[in-house]
Design a protein around this ligand. Structure first.
Ligand code: CA
Length: 231
């Protein structure tokens, strides 16, 4: 089920919406200010943002603008009654929809469904790739949510497996050494030997190459690994 991020400083409203969404089966996360909201919108793996406009820290309009520089996540603005300028500003900044407070929860739920469906369709392969997406054939990585897909199927990768795959994909067509992978994926503080890289490459191959009968990650003898375009 989709995960909804509520960015709302009024605890009562946030709580009310949270309960209703959970009742409908959604996963819910709450941020009480603009900065936290922005951070969670980009990094928590949320599928949709309910974004209040009057927020401490960053305003909802500004949060919306900043989200849009990096992500296509659906955004529904929550505006105070009759504030037409806010509505227009929100939509100008790339919000998908808005709701005027106080709202009927049924209407909010309907608009959430519409926004999620529209986004799912738009995310189809033909529509062009989003900024935060890395694509290699049928393999696609959503950098914002740290999720990986092969075709329509989400891959169950651990955090390290994902990061390893992302690094290889960002360096597509370049052979990267085990040391490089260790430094960039595990970090300089990691003192283990480079065998750990081979172990994780094997995990990735099991989850992608073996599973879908493809060859994504190649070994470069004496060097390391590469994800290479077919010629
Ligand atoms: Ca508010």
């Amino acid at each position: 089920m989709a995960k909804i991020l509520i960015v709302e400083d009024e605890a009562k409203i946030a709580r009310f919406v949270e309960l209703e969404l959970k009742y409908e089966g959604y996963e819910v996360e709450i941020a009480n200010d603009g900065r936290t909201g922005l951070d969670l919108a980009l990094h928590s793996g949320a599928d949709l943002v309910l974004l209040d406009i009057m927020l401490p820290g960053l305003s909802g309009i500004e949060v919306c603008r900043r989200i849009r520089t990096e992500s296509e996540i659906p955004i529904i603005m929550l505006t105070a009654k009759d504030d037409v300028t806010d509505k227009v500003a929100g939509l100008d900044m790339g919000a998908d929809d808005y709701m005027t407070k106080p709202f009927a929860i049924e209407e909010l739920l309907a608009r959430i469904r519409v926004a999620l469906n529209r986004h799912a369709k738009k995310g189809g392969t033909a529509a062009g790739h989003k900024k935060d997406e890395l694509v290699f054939g049928s393999l696609s990585l959503n950098v914002a949510s740290h999720s990986a897909y092969y075709g329509e199927e989400e891959l169950a990768l651990t955090k390290k497996e994902y990061e390893l795959l992302e690094y290889l994909l960002k360096n597509k067509n370049i052979a990267v050494t085990r040391e490089q992978l260790l430094n960039n994926v595990w970090g300089y503080e990691y003192f283990g030997d480079t065998n750990v890289v081979d172990v994780y490459i094997r995990y990735l191959r099991q989850k992608i190459d073996d599973r879908f009968s493809v060859r994504i990650i190649s070994t470069v003898r004496g060097v390391g690994y590469i994800i290479k375009d077919e010629r």
